[in-house]
Design a protein around this ligand. Sequence first.
Ligand SMILES: CC(C)(COP(=O)(O)OP(=O)(O)OC[C@H]1O[C@@H](n2cnc3c(N)ncnc32)[C@H](O)[C@@H]1OP(=O)(O)O)[C@@H](O)C(=O)NCCC(=O)NCCS
Length: 441
Amino acid sequence: MTSEFQRTPIDSRSRERLAAEGLRLDLVDPGDRATLDLWLRAEARGFHAPRPSEESLGEQFAGYSDRRTSGVWDATAAEPDSPVATVSSWPAELTVPGQRSVTAWAISAVTVAPTHRRLGIARAMLEAELRTADRLGVPVAMLTVSEATIYGRFGFAPAAMTTDWRIDTTRARWTGPETSGRVQFVSLEHLRDEGLPIVERVRLQTPGQMEFGGQLWVRLFGLVGDDKDAAKHLRAVRFDDAAGVPQGFAVYRITESPADFAAHTLDVKFLVAATDDAYAGLWRFLLEQDLVSELTASLRPVDEAVLWQVSDFRAVRVAQQRDHLWTRILDVKAALEARHYPRPGRTVLEVSDPLGFAATRVLLDVAPDGSATAEPFDGDIPDDAAAVGLSVNALSALYLGGVSAVSLTRAGRITELREDSAVAVDRTFRSPVEPWLSIWF
Ligand SMILES: CC(C)(COP(=O)(O)OP(=O)(O)OC[C@H]1O[C@@H](n2cnc3c(N)ncnc32)[C@H](O)[C@@H]1OP(=O)(O)O)[C@@H](O)C(=O)NCCC(=O)NCCS
């Protein structure tokens, strides 16, 4: 059984544009194993990944049953059944400030074969994705990106950042709270089968987190196809509260130092905690491993609280900080009304969008309870309102509440249409919880 979003016909404008180049943009039938295998091989090649094994293809075939999968074919190629470009998409719930969520069009697997690059294929596919999402009434699109240079031109902007941490565990003595629960080892298979409800509980607490299951979930445990070898090194622990209820888990890998057996490195692959107790319990367990002198953790929030739970600030270093989740508002009214705001007030937003979807002028009116309306507005700026002009990129950056409107104004990305509006817009959009997405997709 396929869903409506999978059956919606391919975008006719992009199809025609590529047809004029002798290329065919088409959907892959999720039940067509042979075509999907070729598509998966093309995708792996596009990301310079190893050729997928038969086993992996079989597992991924099942995983793609709930996605919309498109490709581009060149009838003149030596192997015309193999696509020269790939993209996949699906609607997923994205958490927005105020413990609410909005349906977002997740776009993934964007590749174009090196033999066909810079012919406008990615542009045709991306515009098709945006028009399809818009047609289906999905107000926001989102993706995680290989390069930060590609998607701005399509209206995307980074809205949730991420940090890779490096902790010297010989210096980072635990000074955080004592916990009342316990940490225990569990199998990866156990977490795969039982862990998702914990992630789901956490999802709504943090803007930028998305609903995920299926292959994105199973991949965390390295239990699929070609990841299985690497997964031999993974260990998993679960934190149970005093009543025995699982409240968090961590998946990690310890690597031996060739020079010093007391200087292993522990790499945190995934850590999720539904309570502060679980957070402290898991981090303490990971930091206090014998024979380990360094802990690394990637794709973590920029405001990781563990920094405040160890004796030495400088034992915890930022290895890398960068953009992670990119969002693109398609329907300004629906997107802005889906989230909550920390304080009441009115703002006129003049949004420009070269692709047209989000070009509008709205009055965002936030009520005392934090809910808002965003109605199209062509009157004079009300006396009590802030007013700014901004691109859809800047609005998308602000959307999850993690990017400063003051910085964007200083950078020339937001124009104040009334004096001092940047500070007011910042207060309106900021989220008390830093946005964070804990996976790639
Ligand atoms: C990135 C990729 C999909 C681009 O495909 P493509 O068909 O060559 O791109 P297009 O010809 O449609 O280019 C569209 C626009 O993006 C620009 N562009 C394309 N790739 C770019 C890159 N890597 N960096 C910066 N700009 C890029 C083009 O210059 C063009 O700009 P313009 O239309 O504003 O003039 C392709 O190079 C690829 O498969 N790369 C490896 C896999 C990858 O990184 N995928 C992205 C996953 S998030």
